[in-house]
Write a protein that binds this ligand. Sequence first.
Ligand SMILES: [Cu+2]
Length: 108
Amino acid sequence: MTHTAWVLGLCLLAIQPAFVAHAAAKDSRVEITNFAFSPKTLTVPAGTKVVWTNRDEEPHVVTSAGAMFTPSRALDTGDTYAVTFSKPGTYAYYCTIHPTMVGTIVVQ
Ligand SMILES: [Cu+2]
């Protein structure tokens, strides 16, 4: 083994835990684009932080149907909103400004 290969191997060993930690980080994303939540249904394990990002030029709101979590304020372009789902269940939500925009978070 050349010295270079040995050093590279050491580097890979050193950075590997960072990748593992990143993969285990419990957050998941929903994009708001073209007046729709994407993915429309997101299934996550309990304890996941779900982060919505508004990619539209229009403001949108993330509101729980049945008030199962705190609603967001009106999200402008690029704004994010996060909810951590600790209990299993099906969480339907919609946009109060555009009530035909609906989505679901399924927490397992
Ligand atoms: Cu909206």
